[in-house]
Design a protein around this ligand. Sequence first.
Ligand code: PGA
Length: 261
Amino acid sequence: MAGPRKLIAGNWKMNILAAEGQALAGAVGNYAASAGPLDCDLLVCPPATILHAVAEQLSDSPVAVGGQNCHAEPSGAFTGEISAAMLADVGATAVILGHSERRHGLGETDAMVQAKVSAVLNANLIAIVCIGETEAERDAGQTLAVLRNQLDGSLPSAASTEGMEELTEVNTVVAYEPVWAIGTGRTPTEAEIAVAHNHIRACLEKRIGSAADQIRLLYGGSMKPDNAASILLIDNVDGGLIGGASLNADDFCAIAAAAVS
Ligand code: PGA
């Protein structure tokens, strides 16, 4: 069976004010409109403050818009937080969850990520669930165990009674992002990426059977125009989660152009 259509997702992180966002979204939208039929799906994840404006701007474009995080509860007394339904309300169709900057910088645990994934799936949005080992874990030979534990702990429990949050190939994306590769200019070798992605696929298959073949597995961590084509050719790499290079329209579009499904 052919692999899933590739997804190139831009994570703008805590960057970009309204005017810059308009220019960046406009340039990505123009690329999508003028590049002919795209060979991949495109997603940009701006900060929540400009998500609505970016979604409006891209409403006639094939470029989808997503959030970078949400709260696990649908509403309530959670000052400063944003729910999945709120992101959906302003035009998001996906949400990045469990990014390493939240796990390692803000103390987000697997259990917290799992609750957020359920919230996102219950809001009928796509959950992009990030996992990845630290450099110390890689050096200690623990990479595959860490990935398996994070997957087990962060994806909704198969035994959950809440019903809506069953994993399916359409509502779940997993991003493999080695912590030490994020924003550093360093990447694993192609062989190391292949080992990690094959392992993630096997873990998902164990859990949901052959439907796992269609879950998109993104690579993230210093993906740039000059390494994108070779990374995107690796088996079981179904796209990229792009940080720094997504802030430059030319770079992001060059990565998109390298994604052939
Ligand atoms: P980077 O970030 O592309 O700047 O390494 C990737 C990410 O954090 O998702």
